[in-house]
Every structure is written in structure tokens, then in C-alpha cells.
Design a protein around this ligand. Structure first.
Ligand code: PDD
Length: 284
């Protein structure tokens, strides 16, 4: 069965699915995207992802081609046509097709909407089978990382550096030597003093949906995390480091730049949050 993609109103075999070469997403990276995990037929944190999508679109003055409810229905249809119960959904909305010229075209072209999906293994049963290594890399991205834009060249280069170093993620740091986030994930630590910390939200990081879901789950247990800056020195001295994202769930970093973190195994806090998240997924 060929993979099916949704492209501007049509469901097409992936091989035959294409967009115009003058699409501004292709020429300028003028677009927004989302990645959602689907677990046993249920979209995880769909409300959070669709709300973030709406906000990203607003920030770049791009009008959604359909309502959130309609988008939800199309995602469901893509999953059904691909017979995917567990996997990921990729959704991209770009400015659309216009003769190449930098300013936003007026009148606005029809935005392009592409949705693809891919089967993925079920989430891991044990956190011990879900560990990662990370490296540190300078954050060379732009000043609006709160927008989930398809401009991902710095992320691509940082993740390539990580891969070449035998690691999974690149943890990015700004010019002041403070951690921003992973190239495609949110960073959390348990500090040497035992505090659970993740970086505060501003224009320099993406407001992670998994981050928001975990903060909410923590609050429901009467627990909190500190939301503040994390220096590279604090990161290196941390008892635990872990990453979160729609597709990495809660992923412990057991080595950073080749040095063991804690005792080189998933820590108690990462393990507890992993269980909490798996429970939320309905996988626990
Ligand atoms: N990445 N920060 C960045 C830069 C990201 O790209 C992502 C997600 C996150 C975590 O966000 P969330 O918890 O909403 O997935 C943080 C996705 C998975 C990707 O680009 O593939």
C-alpha cells in the first residue's frame, strides 16, 4: 500500500504528491509546521499542538486554510488512509505560490497545506531502553524561535554535528553561555542541588507541547518545576538531564559531550516523568 499524503485538498500517493517550485515555503522557508504523535489511534495533545499552530500562523500573518476542527478531521483521514494506529503526523502550512519577491504578497496567495504521516514503534516500555547522548552546540538560530517555522537550517546543522559525534541531540546555548533548548527538543535538568528546572519561555525557545503537558501533569501532583535560565556550567554539573518532545517523550541524556551525567543511567526524576507521560499517553 503506497503512503498517502494530503496536499491542498487531495489525498495522493506520496510519490505523486508535489508542490509548485514557486511555493514560498520552498523558496523562503515561509511557513509553519507541527509534529504530532498518534498513539493507538489517538492524537496526543492535539489541542496544544493546534493552538500552537494557530499562534505561529498569526505571528507570521498567515491565515489558516481551514479551522482547527477541519484540520483535525483531515489528520484523522490521513491516518485512516495510511492505516496508522501509532506514529507521527507532519503538518506544514506555507504562504503559497507567488512570483519570487521577498515581501509578503498582497493579495495573499492561497496557503499550501501538506499533511503526511508515518508509522512509528510503540513508545518504549522501559526508560532504560530510551537513553541518549547529547553534545553542546552554539545556538545560531534567529530571534523568533517561539514560532515553529520551517526554517530549520541551524537545527539541521546542529543535529548533523550531534549525529557525527555519535549523539542523538545537540543542546544549544546562547552567546551568554546559557542553554536555550535542544535542536528539536526541550531541555530539562535536575540541578546539582536537586531542583527540577527547564528554561523559561520567551522568543528564544519553542513553547514545547510536551513541556506544557508535563508541567500540567506535575501541577496536578502538587509539584512544580523552576522555569529559568540554565548555564552551561549548571548543565554539566546536573544530576540529571532529559529531553522532551512529541516524538522523544521523556528521554534521559546519560552522556553530555562524552562525560557521564549522574551515574550514567536514567535518574529518578526522569523515570518518574517518563511514567507520568506514558500514563498520559495511555501506554503505562
Ligand atoms: N520538534 N524545541 C524545538 C526546537 C523543537 O523542534 C521541538 C519539537 C521541541 C519540543 O516541542 P514539542 O514538545 O511540542 O514536540 C522543542 C519536533 C518534534 C520536530 O521538529 O520534529
Amino acid at each position: 500500500m503506497p503512503a498517502i499524503a494530503y496536499v491542498n485538498g487531495r489525498y495522493l500517493p506520496l510519490r505523486a504528491a508535489s508542490v509548485n517550485v514557486e511555493d514560498r515555503g520552498y523558496q523562503f522557508g515561509d511557513g509553519i509546521y507541527e509534529v504530532l504523535f498518534v498513539h493507538r489511534g489517538r492524537l496526543v495533545d492535539a489541542g496544544l499542538h493546534l493552538a500552537r499552530l494557530e499562534r505561529s500562523l498569526e505571528e507570521i500573518e498567515l491565515h489558516a486554510p481551514m479551522s482547527a476542527a477541519a484540520l483535525h478531521a483531515v489528520i484523522g483521514e490521513v491516518l485512516r488512509r495510511n492505516r496508522i494506529e501509532t506514529g507521527l503526523v507532519y503538518l506544514q502550512i506555507t504562504r503559497g505560490v507567488a512570483r519570487r519577491d521577498h515581501p509578503i504578497p498582497s493579495p495573499a496567495p492561497r496557503p499550501s497545506l501538506v499533511i503526511t504521516a508515518r508509522r512509528k514503534p510503540a513508545p518504549p516500555a522501559r526508560i532504560e531502553d530510551w537513553t541518549a547522548e547529547a553534545i553542546t552546540q552554539p545556538d545560531t538560530r534567529w530571534g523568533r524561535c517561539d514560532i515553529k517555522s520551517t526554517n530549520l537550517l541551524p537545527n539541521v546543522l546542529a543535529r548533523t554535528a550531534a549525529q557525527r559525534a555519535g549523539a542523538y541531540e545537540a543542546i544549544l546555548y546562547d552567546s551568554a553561555g546559557n542553554v536555550t533548548e535542544g535542536a528539536a527538543s526541550t531541555v530539562w535538568i535536575v540541578s546539582a542541588q536537586g531542583a527540577l528546572v527547564t528554561r523559561n519561555l520567551d522568543r528564544h525557545i519553542l513553547p514545547g507541547c510536551t513541556r506544557a503537558a508535563l508541567l500540567e501533569a506535575l501541577a496536578a501532583e502538587g509539584l512544580t518545576a523552576e522555569e529559568r535560565e540554565i548555564s552551561l556550567a549548571e548543565l554539566r554539573a546536573a544530576r540529571e538531564i532529559f529531553l522532551t518532545s512529541a516524538t522523544s517523550f521523556v528521554k534521559p541524556v546519560i552522556r553530555l559531550d562524552g562525560a557521564a551525567i549522574g551515574n550514567g543511567a536514567p535518574g529518578a526524576t526522569a523515570s518518574a516523568l517518563f511514567e507520568l507521560y506514558m500514563h498520559r499517553l495511555g501506554a503505562g
